[in-house]
Design a protein around this ligand. Structure first.
Ligand SMILES: [Fe+2]
Ligand SMILES: [Fe+2]
Length: 143
């Protein structure tokens, strides 16, 4: 795949994501249950996030030249040791978030609340994995 095509597809994705964010704003107003509103909100925030990450990818593609993405992650701006210590702290925070959510899920029989908590729990699992991946890839050490 060519770089031009990649950039084109990323730009297209950003447009779709941003459009979706706008549409959901309107839709949320017309929804009549709190659970539906919250689920749409969750999706909308994910779209905002996707658009931001894709924007970032575009910026990196423009700047990085031939450097692989991982090499540009922590190289220039951040003191590596401090960043590593902070990442290790984040991993603990994410683990605490996950444990807390799991416990909260046991405390409710409400299906809607359970579903929303479950989504957050799945996010926390993903965040935890991402932090490990960042540590592994940016420092080339095992999690
Ligand atoms: Fe998306
Ligand atoms: Fe998290």
């Amino acid at each position: 795949m060519s770089q031009d095509r990649l950039v084109e597809l990323i730009k297209k994705q950003i447009r779709i994501e941003k459009n979706f964010v706008k549409t959901v704003d309107e839709q949320i107003k017309s929804l009549h249950t709190v659970a539906a509103k919250l689920l749409m909100l969750e999706t909308q925030k994910d779209s905002e996030k996707h658009a931001m990450v894709l924007d970032g990818i575009l910026t990196v593609i423009k700047q990085k030249g031939t450097k692989p993405l991982w090499n540009t992650l922590l190289d220039s701006y951040v003191d590596k040791i401090v960043a590593k210590r902070n990442l290790e702290k984040h991993i603990k925070t994410e683990a605490a978030m996950l444990e807390n959510i799991k416990e909260a899920m046991k405390e409710t029989k409400d299906e809607g609340i359970k579903l929303l908590l479950e989504h957050i729990g799945n996010d926390e699992k993903k965040h935890h994995e991402i932090m490990h991946e960042v540590l592994k890839q940016a420092y080339k050490i095992k999690p």
